[in-house]
Design a protein around this ligand. Sequence first.
Ligand code: GCO
Ligand code: MN
Ligand code: MN
Length: 404
Amino acid sequence: MTVPSQLIHESTSDQFTPKKEDKFTFGLWTIANQGRDPFGDAVRPALNPIHSVQKLSELGAYGVNFHDNDLVPFGASAAERDRIVRDFKKALDDYGMVVPMATTNLFYHPAFKDGAFTAVDPSVRAFALQKTMHAIDLGAELGAKTYVFWGGREGVDSEASKEATESLKRFREAINFLCEYSIDKGYNLRFAMEPKPNEPRSDTYFATVGHMLGFIYTLDHPDMVGVNPEVAHEYMAGLNFVHSVAQALEAGKLFHIDLNDQKGPRYDQDLRFGSENLKNLFFLVRLLENHGYEGPRHFDAHPYRTEDEAGVWDFALGCMRTYNMFKVRAKQFDTDPTVKQLLADIYAGNADHIALLDQVKKGYTAELANTIKATTFDPKALGERGYQYEKLDQLAIEHIMGIR
Ligand code: GCO
Ligand code: MN
Ligand code: MN
């Protein structure tokens, strides 16, 4: 027997039900994903963006994001574009939805088969700039505050094809130019760079959040550029997503985030948020919520290929509910008196050494260096200490499982 979607929605009106203030957003391309893959054709009909806006709003989402061509087909006339934008704006108004982020499709058209800003063909690089400026205009017109750059095909299959340092320079020149364009137009956009190690190219430049952060500080306007980390992409590189996001957050560079899930270092699976890595994503949500991340909680995932349209909305609701479940569980973990006491015990230490480190925090002095050099430590006792992490981690598991 199949359970009607309606039933699932009705029976789950509870504290985890998504609300506008949760700031959940979806890419138009995510719910509209038709299930095409290298082995099989579309399994679902195309979704109309206006219908998507309505359905997502009813489910409690806050907004939608898009690539230029998710909304305006490639090669549309100016009149067609204006009509589409007008209708779309009306739908946003009607359903109380916003567009916090926009981006450019620089990977679908065959012209971009060798990349865009790093393509070896100068005509492709110049065309990519033109297409991006039009897409920035479109995003700004619809109120976007963040503009995402995902490299798509910026990389190589054959290392012989491009000189890597030249590619990095070309990418930098493009981003510098587009920053100036946005400033010149008075758009007040922030750029968020999205790393990915591979796919669709066999190797992509700027493989991880760390690579991207390093690159950002070489730009002309580093302040207006941050990152858009994606769960699946860091897992593809075998990394701990929480640590990647923490580094971006701590640097003030977490401008946006792509939430989904992934089974280990394989192809980009874009699974429903929280469907696989419960523990790591529990700690991700805890990090975001405890460190004042204020941006949209954006889902860049897609429904299983097995689903019809009802399954698409089950997927969307599932992403949002699971985020809220992690949020509630994380709060319970952090306020559990047993956890608090245990952490207080674990973090306590020798008062003299705490005082020394407080001095270190204030900065170097020659006197402090000498004091530290003259201090007596007891490495044997330090080596014998038990940290109680088994107990702590089990408490985390019991919270994640809803036992405590
Ligand atoms: C992918 C990427 C994209 C980008 C999108 C927004 O692996 O396909 O994650 O979905 O996030 O193009 O820039
Ligand atoms: Mn993404
Ligand atoms: Mn992806």
